[in-house]
Design a protein around this ligand. Sequence first.
Ligand code: O2Y
Ligand code: MN
Length: 593
Amino acid sequence: MSEAVPVAATAGSKLQALNAWVAEVAALTRPDRVHWCDGSDAENAELVRRMEADGTLIRLNEQTHPNSFLHRSDPDDVARVEHLTFVCTPERDDAGPNNHWMAPAEAHAKIDALFDGCMEGRTMYVIPYCMGPIDSPLSRCGVEITDSPYVVANMRIMTRMGAPALARIEKEGSFVKGLHSTGELDPNRRFIMHFPAELTIKSYGSGYGGNALLGKKCHALRIASYQARSEGWLAEHMLILGITNPQGETHHIAAAFPSACGKTNLAMLIPPEGYLKDGWKITTVGDDICWMRPGKDGRLYAINPEAGFFGVAPGTSKKSNPNALACLQRDAIFTNVGVTADNQPWWEGIGNGLTPVTDWRGEPYDADKRPAAHPNSRFTVSARSCPSYSPEAENPEGVPISAIVFGGRRASLVPLVFEARDWTHGVLVGAAMGSETTAAATGAVGVMRRDPMAMKPFCGYNFADYFSHWLSFDNGSNKLPKIFHVNWFRKGDDGTFLWPGFGDNLRVLEWMIGRVKGEAGAVETPIGNLPAAGDLNLDGVELGEEARAKLFGFERDGWKAEFDSIGEYLDTYGPRMPQALKDEQRRVVESLD
Ligand code: O2Y
Ligand code: MN
């Protein structure tokens, strides 16, 4: 690069740090051009034109899916790479056993060597973005530098990107720095590095999803969780939904589930027929990430830091998620799905009666060879396209949270729903949550993998400190939400699911809100408060004897073994594990005797 690197148009003292960093990155990566993204329609149209010309994007059927595109990633670059994801704190213990760790100096040296000259012949894009409504005090800004126009197009959907974000950065002065290059897409030259103390992310060698769209998992969870700890808030892997009853009263719920447990479906739930007739409504604030902090009244107020959905395509259908399907009719980017003869996007489980002709690798579809859509194929679409999108999602103050829900995929033992007795017990419930492995590919089936608060891949610091941070919210002045645990995946002896799920999950949410209001009944047990089958509205749901016993029952012996295992799990974090959580585990163990 011989010419001077362009600086932010509205140069002012608060942008000097940004201008200096952009110049420093350009000197290292040596792009042919530097482009500051303003987020305008014209800018996007020009980027799309170029990506269509070079095959990065393939235009889909304009009649059925106007302004929508297919992108095929490198076949070796199709998912987040946890084994190559590092949290680089000065002290190893600050990252904790829940993270891969590298010393910051070593990590910078390793990844900067990869960045050296990597943008020669390419354009370097500078993307100012805001996570959360642009005028919200709960929002935080970042700047991603990337050499991928596909990343620019996705960040434009997933964040508030461009001129308004730059103006906020100019006012505030601070921002998260994210440097990304697709590099050679060589899995052996790929790293996703986080430097929480420096509010910095460096990602090299992948162009896919969470590895490349740095606002999402890297910023909004790993860096934000670290920031949130020192600033007194929470950055969580949670959906946020609103539930409005026939009286017009709305409560908001935040819910954490491990990946692939149907968070997007729950966030966009359509009530069962009888509930719809009575006037119940679900509104979607977010499907993946929730930032929340105590308001002046002591309640937790939440925003969705994202502006779009990066949802998994396979299994998304009119039956599983009509709202998602409705979003996808226009202005969407599909990554690694199949296509039909008339150029419509297609994936397994879409259930639209069409058949694919080309698979996600661009080869003729052959069911014996590979699925049409990659199992981790995705759609990127603006949240505003969603029929259930809540106007409250744009509220700068956030929405007050009435209940927090933790959930996992448990074939045995864990009932449909229970309520934690208090905040400390709820934190233990979150710390102990997880799923039993189901896929033969992962080895042993039915093995319990704990995924505290669904944050195992995303917490930017030591889980023991994270649990302490959660416990600290119970300070006597906060008015904290009730905490619940759900399990939609309980199975009967014949291996089939006992609970219908999908829209019928609203029955469980209704019970939770009833508990919040002190109106719904429950039975006290050592693991928490369980509804008796009669405490839930089960009109129109056929449940046999086994289903009722397992969904609403408490199995003392199984829970004794479970709590021993929870104790062993907490011990793996050593002396940093808060005593209050260990005491809570002991309390439950004793009450089980
Ligand atoms: O593999 C990826 O890069 C995407 S993973 C993802 C995408 C959207 C929401 N959640 C997740 C997740 O893994 O939790
Ligand atoms: Mn997620």
